[in-house]
Design a protein. Structure first.
Lengths: 332, 371
């Protein structure tokens, strides 16, 4: 089966205005949260999106879901049999109807469930918003999805407080999947969970993908989690992609110095392996005032005059392996 | 070995000399509307000078509660069982039992931030937003460097250079002196332009910077023991690597003991000399890090290690620990892990509670499989 694109993002920009002081203060600048990002997610695949906090990962996800308005660029959803759809053109009712195809699972299962609604009502809410069917039909659908998400159907009348973190995250997943979406954004969906439960939720997400062919955008800061679930991985730094490649290539043959630094900074469980992180001095720059040239040059150990002056091109260095670095070949 | 195998036996002279903290049979419970909830149920461990003890476990396993008992930073409804012993080196080289001291006593207040310092997961929540960083470090310095000369901490170890330099100072440090120490500490933890940063408020610093400032505050009083409760969990990996390295350096310089609480086995593997694995308020296994990770003895430790996603094996299938951690209100009878244990011995594990067994090489496990 050849890969079919589902989500196509071209030159996506999301800029947030920074206002001056006072009630009527004018716009004094822009935070370039996402600045010229292009990528494709194929049907049934998982794109892992990693980067430090403030790199714009969440903003990319929200822009695709139309939870945020993009400043510029193209967002295309390739529908099955019905041709491509420009997501940025959707408005009002048509946008609301289309949302059944794109859903989101949040990070904190304690904060994202209404404590005053029963689990059944939480999972049914998307269907009720879509006027999906009669109460009986909705009930049946909720039971079916809850079962798929390994929730005890007997517990649907309980309130969220009665559930553990892992079970709550299963409720969140059921809520996201109930409308039968094709595309699901998992924004740090396992970061708040304990390792034992985390493994269970990751397995569940992968099983559901195998069964229903979901396409995921998996946003995480934990690289080892991304390594397990992703088909491809994109690394983001201050609003831009620095590297994008199939998972194996990112983890075994990273080309961008930032990717290398990120990988080396993850402490490995093997105590016989010496932990020697590739030193990155300083912190992530302010996206309202990004550095000139390559945005990573302020922290990069290989930076030279060219990096400071010229923004590196986004280029294919190897089959399906894209990188934005002047020195990717030299550094190997 | 047999002597150490039974819980609650007084330690030998050898461990006495190097231990900064020696906890024996600690039990902490909470009075709640639903009844008494036992959060920590008979925990024993030691923290040694110049070494890092890692405490790992899932949320709700009692990691934080057992260390907060040391400084009595527990909610008002907490009860420390009278049979518990928390023996702490408060500065004079010998261990004093602090378990019976009331939470608001002068002695405990001297220990808090003095002999025992703490850093927490969320640095924004540990600083006051209305005082500058410098003010907050200087306050700790003025309170505790004076406290070092109070009766409780009057006799410092001779080899301790820092204590010597303290003694050289006047009993009351002036604000100016405390301020200079604050700048020096900020510089020491790698904050650039420390003399400018000292005048900034916590919200003006980034997450990594704030955690550095938190470490500076904690270490400004030269504690014997640093309790780090998930200090890097909220940070990015690159910043985490910086903070872990910094803590390692400072430990080498100051010779303090660190208790490092985390749920990340990777961090433990890299920073801890010894590990204690907690589950539902008990330590199921403890020992030197390397031996414990390479050859886990308790089924829970084994499961925990297998559940960790790895970057070098892209398997796509993970091995979770089956089931959920039981609610502390419904503690299982017998071994606390028996409800999830794949190697459960029916009729034994659900009836009797396993005692801690010494395996040699400083390793201990609470499991019937190793009898």
């Amino acid at each position: 089966m050849t890969a079919q694109p589902l989500i196509e993002v071209q030159n996506l920009k999301v800029h947030f205005p920074v206002r001056g002081k006072g009630l009527f203060g004018g716009v004094s600048g822009y935070v370039r949260a996402v600045d010229d990002v292009s990528f494709v997610i194929n049907r049934g695949e998982t794109l892992g999106l990693v980067g430090e906090s403030g790199s714009g990962k969440t903003t990319v996800g929200r822009a695709i879901l139309r939870a945020l308005d993009a400043t510029d660029g193209q967002l295309t959803f390739h529908r099955n049999g019905a041709g491509p759809l420009d997501l940025r053109m959707l408005k009002g009712d048509s946008l609301r109807k289309f949302r059944r195809n794109m859903q989101l699972v949040f990070q904190d299962p304690y904060a994202s469930l209404n404590p005053r609604m029963t689990v059944r009502d939480i999972i049914a809410e998307p269907l009720e918003c879509l006027k999906w069917g009669t109460r009986q039909e909705i009930d049946d659908r909720v039971r079916e999805v809850a079962g798929k998400c390994k929730l005890n159907v007997e517990h649907l009348r309980r309130f969220p407080h009665a559930f553990s973190g892992g079970q709550r995250q299963r409720i969140c997943i059921a809520r996201a999947l109930v409308s039968g979406p094709q595309f699901v954004v998992c924004d740090e969906s396992v970061s708040a969970l304990d390792v034992s439960t985390q493994a269970e939720i990751l397995n569940l997400l992968m099983d559901l993908q195998d069964e229903f062919g979901f396409t995921y955008l998996f946003i995480a800061h934990d690289l080892s989690v991304v390594a397990q679930v992703s088909t491809r991985v994109a690394v983001m730094y201050v609003g831009r992609f620095v590297e994008w490649a199939p998972t194996r290539k990112i983890f075994f043959n990273p080309r961008h110095p930032y990717t290398k630094a990120l990988l080396s900074a993850v402490p490995v469980v093997d105590p016989s392996r010496e932990f020697n992180p590739f030193k990155l001095s300083g912190e992530i720059p302010n996206p309202a005032d990004p550095p000139s040239g390559c945005r990573f040059h302020t922290r990069c150990p290989h930076a030279d005059g060219r990096c400071k002056a010229e923004m590196p091109d986004w280029r294919e260095i190897d089959g399906e392996h894209f990188v934005a670095c002047h020195h990717a070949e030299r550094l190997g | 070995m047999d002597m150490e195998a039974s819980v609650g036996v007084t330690s030998t002279a050898a461990t006495e000399a190097s231990s900064v903290l020696d906890i024996r049979n600690l039990k902490v419970s909470f009075r709640t509307d639903e009844g008494i909830v036992t959060a920590v149920d008979g925990v024993s461990f030691q923290a040694r000078k110049g070494r890092t003890l890692g405490l790992v476990g899932e949320s709700g396993s009692g990691k934080s509660v057992s260390t907060r008992a040391v400084t009595k930073l527990l909610p008002k409804n907490a009860i420390i069982d009278p049979g518990s012993a928390i023996r702490l080196d408060t500065g004079n080289g010998s261990l004093t039992d602090v378990a019976p001291l009331p939470a608001n006593s002068r002695e405990i207040r001297n220990i808090r931030g003095g002999a025992v310092a703490m850093i927490f997961q969320e640095p924004m929540a540990s600083f006051s937003p209305v005082y500058t960083i410098g003010n907050q470090i200087a306050e700790a310095v003025r309170l505790h460097r004076r406290a070092a000369l109070s009766p409780l901490g009057a006799t410092e170890t001779v080899g301790d250079q820092i204590a010597e330099s303290l003694r050289a100072q006047n009993a009351k440090l002036t604000k100016q002196e405390a301020w200079e120490i604050a700048i020096e500490m900020l510089h020491k933890v790698g904050i650039s332009n420390a003399n400018l940063r000292v005048d900034q408020y916590p919200h003006e610093l980034s997450g990594g910077m704030r955690q550095r400032a938190m470490i500076a505050t904690a270490l400004s009083t030269h504690p014997k023991l640093l309790i780090a409760d998930e200090p890097t969990t909220a940070l990015d990996v690159t910043i985490q690597a910086q903070i872990l390295e910094l803590m390692g350096q400072l430990q080498a310089d100051l010779g303090m003991s660190i208790i490092f609480i985390t749920h990340d086995m990777g961090v433990i593997a890299q920073v801890a000399h010894d590990v204690a694995v907690m589950y539902l308020g008990v330590i199921v296994e403890r020992g030197p890090t390397r031996a414990l990770i390479e050859d886990p003895k308790h089924p829970y430790t084994e499961g925990l290690l297998q559940a960790i996603p790895r970057m070098d094996v892209l398997s796509r299938r993970l091995t979770p620990v089956p089931g959920d951690i039981p609610s502390p209100l419904e503690r299982p009878a017998g071994c606390p892990f028996q409800t999830r244990c794949p190697k459960r011995i029916p009729g034994r594990c659900d009836r009797e509670t396993p005692q801690e067994i010494g395996l040699g090489g400083g390793r201990f496990v609470s499991c019937f499989l190793h009898e």
